[in-house]
Design a protein around this ligand. Structure first.
Ligand SMILES: *Cc1c(COP(=O)(O)O)cnc(C)c1O
Length: 391
């Protein structure tokens, strides 16, 4: 969707003409007679600020409807409530850690079985799918090694057994990738990341392709109640106004940062789907409108947590923090932060080496970001000259 269309999909207030969407900070709505109202009765069921956000997001993803939740995980939880005991999920093997925790420690207990496979090869999905499979769950690109799966091919495999394809589109954002147009039935976003874009809120979104699913999700949203409050809906709408310009700038910065890292003597490997050397580059190029995102991960030749530690504590503009997608650049060390709960052996299996560092490029001047990384490398090498030597 073009920036013009996105910006003008956000309506001015029909009641007052306010050009910015008002925050309807209210719990209930006065009725003329029982059941006679202006379309709103109670703020869990609906709220005008949330309604605007949901309508805008549905358009942004080309879906039938969208639903706003308190966090990305609350959005994922709502989709899982479509299932019953005995149902099965096929999920991408390096799924977001919070989703893994919810699947294994909450839903498996309730009788839902999850098969984790490497979905970068669609054949792996075809091999394990059965009539019990109700959801196929992928993220593309994944966190933090940015693996890309072929959404269209996997959607065809899911359809062969009437399973729904769910795509967590958080990393690509609706600017780079439109999973519904590629065959997905449901899209998830952590609105906390690119869509909010300013590291000032947590939010989750579910977008449905067809009306029947929309009705089920609307029921679950109201029945379970994990909604996004009006103030955070307002902030998310503000984020969407600049999503296109922000995301494209972040992609440009990330591309330049990835090129810089590729040429740096202390770096072992760079993970960025925009690089021809990335193992899923071809499908990423195809599927993501030539936009590869603002996240770049890399490992050091001195592949130790100590070296990574020194690096991540020596940057100035890249702030050490979990999360991603905001206008301010962030970095993190997944083995000690976002992926610390995964045992080391399992981490190594999914390609998360001890020195893996994840960068989330913001919208600062790219030369400043590169200089920042450059000076951090110097500090690490100053402390430990052997870091430049491949072990
Ligand atoms: C952050 C994230 C989530 C969870 O979102 P929260 O808003 O933190 O609950 C889900 N999926 C992906 C890919 C994420 O990066």
């Amino acid at each position: 969707m073009s920036a013009t269309k996105i910006i003008h999909s956000i309506p001015s207030d029909p009641l007052t003409g306010a050009i910015s969407v008002p925050v309807y900070q209210t719990s209930t709505f006065v009725q003329e007679a029982p059941g006679v109202n202006k379309g709103f009765d109670y703020a869990r069921s609906n709220n005008p600020t949330r309604q605007v956000l949901q309508d805008v997001v549905a358009k942004l993803e080309g879906g039938d409807a969208a639903f706003a939740f308190a966090t990305g995980l609350a959005a994922i939880d709502a989709v899982l409530k479509l299932l019953s005991a005995g149902d099965e999920i096929i999920a991408v093997d390096d799924i977001y850690g919070g989703a893994y925790r919810l699947f294994t420690h909450v839903y498996e207990k309730l009788g839902v079985k999850v098969n984790y496979v490497d979905t970068t090869d669609a054949e792996n999905v075809a091999k394990v799918i059965s009539s019990k499979t109700k959801l196929v769950w992928i993220e593309s690109p994944t966190n933090p090694t940015l693996k890309v799966s072929d959404i269209k091919t996997i959607s065809e495999i899911a359809k062969s057994v009437n399973a729904l394809l769910v795509v967590d589109n958080t990393f690509a954002s609706p600017i780079a990738q439109q999973p519904i147009s590629l065959g997905a039935d449901i899209i998830i976003h952590s609105g906390t990341k690119y869509i909010g874009g300013h590291s000032d809120l947590v939010a989750g979104l579910v977008i449905t392709k067809a009306q029947e699913l929309s009705e089920k999700l609307k029921f679950i949203q109201n029945a379970s109640g994990g909604i996004l409050g009006p103030w955070d809906c307002f902030l998310t709408i503000k984020g969407i106004e600049t999503l296109e310009i922000r995301y494209k700038e972040q992609c440009k910065n990330a591309f330049a940062v990835a090129a810089f890292l590729t040429n740096h003597e202390a770096v072992e490997e760079v993970y960025y789907p925009g690089l021809v050397s990335h193992k899923n580059h071809e499908i990423a190029k195809h599927q993501q409108n030539g936009l590869f995102g603002g996240i770049v991960s890399f490992t050091l030749k001195n592949d130790t947590q100590d070296a990574a530690n020194e690096f991540v504590t020596n940057t100035e503009y890249f702030k050490l923090a979990e999360s991603l997608g905001g206008v301010k650049s962030l970095l993190c060390h997944p083995p000690q932060m976002t992926h610390a709960s995964i045992p080391r052996e399992k981490r190594l299996q999914s390609g998360i080496k001890d020195s893996l560092i994840r960068l989330s490029c913001g919208i600062e001047e790219v030369q400043d970001l590169i200089s920042d990384l450059e000076q951090a490398f110097t500090k690490v090498s100053h402390l430990k000259p052997k870091e430049y030597v491949k072990s």
